[in-house]
Design a protein around this ligand. Structure first.
Ligand SMILES: Cc1cc2nc3c(=O)[nH]c(=O)nc-3n(C[C@H](O)[C@H](O)[C@H](O)COP(=O)(O)OP(=O)(O)OC[C@H]3O[C@@H](n4cnc5c(N)ncnc54)[C@H](O)[C@@H]3O)c2cc1C
Length: 392
């Protein structure tokens, strides 16, 4: 069997699906409002909603290398596709790693087959990077159940997901104070009374991926909805999984940058100016050379983060490096693609302007790039930092 991740069967299958069923339709889908449910159904058939789920619960349990390679392919085909999957897979991964046996058998099968989609509800109007300051509360009732109240913003798949993991400040029964700092994750099903979608947020790209504002008004949750059954583990559960989300986002940025470079490279060989294809002009060659170099460096860093995570179990610093470098490369490469296409880079008939609008999202989410730089510096200054960097 090949060890080259690009040649793995599941990755090849996804490439084939994108070539035949997605790429020819992207321009038409982007121009319309219709939700491409058939594409999501096909992704479910391919098992993509169950990528992190163990086989015993109906998943395909991919390695990290395969998962990240698939996110790159999907983004290169149509960058909305990894956005449908990223938070869903975070939910599935958290329940796989930390869920109780009952939570795993109740929820993982429907996440794996795509019949229930997952959303992760962390961000609030007053707390994004600083999740320790969230105000949503889960007040424990005398019988051990919880009452959930609060507001969340920017929730990807917030409208379409059937299953939410909600980060909330837990207040034990009998404790009237709101200063309790035990932050936990709760499982919330979409049709629970008190769950309200207050608004869909308009944004500069990814129009087919819903981004929602949510309100929880005295939502009654059974005590079994506390992830892992232990109070106060929410942030640590999240942090150990979000690393994978960051590497996957870096992989998605590489995929988007790849699509932009591919568009620019082809165009530069077709478009004539001053009697020659524009790729014969040195100024264009310099753009192309920079784009190719940055793309390749970004992909190498993503693969190093995957290697370190698989080998050591944690890869905080390298995951953040990959996320920063690949997402900033995505912004640079999509901007350079626009230059190579000239006026055609700015108009909606060509994909370069969409790539340019899509790229910045990756620098903002899964922890902004400023937060990633804090993590990188902390990792470099830690006792094993120099070793992980190859300085000693
Ligand atoms: C399209 C989209 C989809 C999203 N999907 C989800 C989702 O599914 N679930 C979810 O929970 N959230 C989601 N988010 C929210 C996203 O994760 C947050 O926007 C992000 O965490 C930043 O939080 P904030 O916007 O509140 O910015 P803030 O935290 O207010 O930060 C503002 C600025 O200050 C900087 N900053 C803050 N603290 C520091 C620090 N300590 N050091 C240096 N700089 C700092 C930030 O980097 C940023 O530049 C989504 C956002 C968008 C736009």
């Amino acid at each position: 069997m090949s060890h080259d991740v690009d040649e793995m069967e599941v990755v090849v299958g996804v490439k084939r699906f994108l070539q035949s069923e997605v790429i020819p339709r992207v321009a038409e889908i982007e121009a319309g409002d219709e939700f491409p449910q058939d594409i999501l159904d096909k992704m479910a058939e391919l098992g993509l909603f169950g990528m992190p789920v163990p086989e015993e619960f109906g998943g395909i349990n991919l390695s990290l290398a395969e998962y990240v390679a698939i996110m790159e392919e999907l983004a290169a085909g149509w960058s909305s596709l990894p956005s449908f999957l990223n938070s869903h897979c975070t939910v599935a991964r958290i329940l796989t790693l930390f869920g109780t046996d009952a939570q795993k058998s109740n929820y993982l099968p429907r996440l794996a087959d795509g019949s229930g989609r997952g959303a992760i509800s962390l961000t609030e109007p007053g707390a994004g990077s600083d999740l320790k300051s969230i105000r949503t509360t889960a007040r424990e009732n005398a019988d051990g159940s919880y009452t959930l109240s609060g507001d969340k913003v920017f929730i990807t798949n917030g409208m379409r997901a059937g299953l939410h993991l909600v980060l909330a400040r837990t207040i034990p029964a009998g404790n009237a104070s709101s200063t309790e700092s035990n932050i936990s994750l709760f499982i919330l099903e979409r049709d629970t009374p008190g769950f309200e979608l207050t608004r869909l947020i308009d944004k500069m790209a990814f129009h087919h991926v819903d981004t929602a504002e949510l309100r929880f008004e005295n939502v009654q949750l059974p005590k079994e909805s506390l992830v892992g059954g232990v109070i106060g583990k929410g942030l640590s559960q999240l942090l150990s999984v979000i690393e994978v989300g960051r590497i996957a986002m870096a992989g998605s940025a590489v995929g988007l940058a790849r699509a932009a470079l591919d568009t620019a490279l082809r165009y530069s060989q077709e478009r004539q100016a001053f009697g020659v294809p524009i790729c014969k002009h040195q100024a264009i060659q310099i753009h192309l050379a920079n784009m190719g170099t940055e793309l390749t460096a970004a992909r190498c860093l993503v693969r190093e983060a995957v290697r370190q995570k698989e080998k050591l179990g944690r890869a905080d610093m390298m995951a953040s490096m990959a996320k920063v470098f690949a997402t900033e490369a995505g912004i640079n490469i999509t901007r350079e693609a626009m230059r190579v296409l000239g006026g055609y880079g700015y108009v909606a008939e060509f994909p370069a302007e969409r790539f340019y609008r899509e790229a910045p999202l990756y620098m903002l989410t899964e922890g902004s790039n400023e937060i990633q730089r804090n993590i990188i510096a902390r990792g470099m200054l830690a006792s094993d930092g120099p070793t992980l960097l190859g300085l000693v």
